[in-house]
Design a protein around this ligand. Sequence first.
Ligand code: FES
Length: 127
Amino acid sequence: MTQALKEQTVNKDWVTLCGIQDLVANSGICALVAKPSEQGEQLEKQIAIFSIPDSEEKVFAVDNFDPIGKANVLYRGIVGSNNGEPIVASPLYKQQFSLKTGTCIQEEAEIGAYPARIQDQAIQVYI
Ligand code: FES
C-alpha cells in the first residue's frame, strides 16, 4: 500500500516534514508522510530527505524504499555525484539513484523524486 502513495495521492501540496536543524549536511534523514487517497484511506510513505549544501537545490526528497534491495534504507545511503548528477547510493547493493529524477543509474529501476524546498526554517516537500 505504501508504494501507491505517489500515484494515488490527490491534492498534492507542499508539506512541511522537518526543520533545517533536523538535516545533516551531505547526509539523509527519513520522514513518514501520511496522506488520504482518493478512496479516503490513509496512505503512509517513507520519504528520504537529503541535504546537499553545495548543490543548487540544497535539499532533495525521494522515496526511502530501495526497489532493488526491497527495503526502506535509502536515507542511510552515501550521497555523491555521478557526472554532475546528485545521487544516493543504496546501502544495500550500492546502486545509485538520481536525487533529481529518481532514476537508477546502473539498472532499470526508479524511485519517486519530489520537489523539495526550504521555506523559512522548514523543509517542505511537494507530495
Ligand atoms: S541501512 Fe539498515 S543496516 Fe544499513
